[in-house]
Design a protein around this ligand. Structure first.
Ligand code: HPA
Ligand code: ZN
Length: 319
């Protein structure tokens, strides 16, 4: 039985499995530049974050209707539940859809239909986190937040993803301030490919409560001390780090050192359809490659509930 856990770093578009992508392509009359699912899987050899993002944004053009987003989320929740997930905080990228003429309402209402049934159908509680694409402009992020206002009852927080280097957190200071004023929780990807300074800036300028990845904090001892002292959760994604070459091999992942240093680490799947596994696959991989014992794995699962945007009684029930 997999440990009960919360998943806190999961891009719903990154759960698009090749089989569903082809089925949706047929349904929506979209032509994909791959002969079949095997050819598509063959293309999953990434050099870095950008080479992944190019394929990822291309494939998500098959997502067009509310029903598509509902089916995508329902498939993820079924898989996640089977891997011990009791609570999922799910990222979505509105700009990746609005840029191709799909309304933000289509995305949120479609995902929402699956999320509304998730507790009953899969035993999973959920939150939605709207991510801004950091390689788009700050104005576009502000427009996206404005477009999301009719749907804020469904949205718990905001995040920041896509190409990191050259797009520092401070670029998004204004939209994070506006999000905070709307009562939204704040997280951001930082220190995946970008430097430790981006992690510090995400805390200082954006006011994030949790850092997505945060891997490169290990290069800055003062920053590590601060993250430990303030119990700032990091949502690590070990299989993603290997596939996108943030680490050379899983055996060299800094997770054990980070836990030893007292960092509040969690393990998550990021884009499981692309990176070789869902969250329990990540737990199993770090157990194997890094020799993490049962106590360490239980600590990771406990951390995931502590780091979640759940009320205390909800966290107890979920765990
Ligand atoms: N990093 C940045 N942006 C992303 C990722 C990631 O790992 N996955 C999907 N969008
Ligand atoms: Zn991510």
């Amino acid at each position: 039985m997999p440990l009960p856990k919360a998943e806190l770093h999961l891009h719903i578009e990154g759960t698009l499995e090749p089989e569903l992508a082809f089925a949706l392509a047929v349904r929506n009359g979209v032509t994909l530049p791959y002969a079949d699912t095997d050819a598509l899987r063959e293309a999953y050899r990434f050099q870095d974050l950008q080479s992944f993002l190019d394929l990822y944004y291309g494939l998500m053009t098959v997502l067009r209707t509310e029903a598509d987003f509902e089916e995508l989320a329902d498939a993820y929740l079924a898989r996640a539940a089977a891997q011990g997930v009791r609570h999922a905080e799910i990222f979505f990228d509105p700009q990746a859809h609005t840029a191709r003429g799909v309304d933000i309402g289509t995305v949120v209402e479609g995902l929402g239909r699956a999320l509304d049934r998730a507790r009953e159908r899969h035993g999973v509680t959920t939150r939605l986190i709207l991510c801004f694409l950091r390689d788009q402009s700050a104005e576009s992020a502000l427009e996206t937040l404005e477009a999301a206002e009719p749907y804020l009852h469904r949205i718990t927080g905001v995040g920041l993803d896509s190409a990191e280097v050259g797009h520092p957190p401070r670029k998004f200071a204004a939209v994070y301030e506006a999000a905070a004023a709307l009562g939204l929780r704040r997280v951001a990807h930082a220190g995946e490919e970008g430097p430790a300074d981006y992690v510090r800036e995400a805390l200082d300028v954006l006011g994030v409560e949790r850092v997505d990845h945060g891997l490169r904090c290990v290069e800055d001892a003062d920053l590590v001390a601060r993250l430990v002292r303030d119990r700032v959760p990091l949502t690590l994604c070990p299989l993603s780090n290997v596939r996108l070459r943030a680490v050379d091999v899983l055996e060299e992942h800094p997770l054990p050192r980070m836990m030893d240093a007292g960092l509040l680490c969690t393990v998550n799947s990021d884009d499981p359809a692309y990176f070789g596994g869902y969250v329990e696959d990540n737990f199993a991989a770090v157990r194997q490659a890094l020799g993490l014992g049962e106590e360490r794995l239980r600590e990771l699962a406990r951390n995931s509930f502590e780091a979640a945007f759940l009320d205390d009684d909800e966290a107890l029930r979920a765990a």
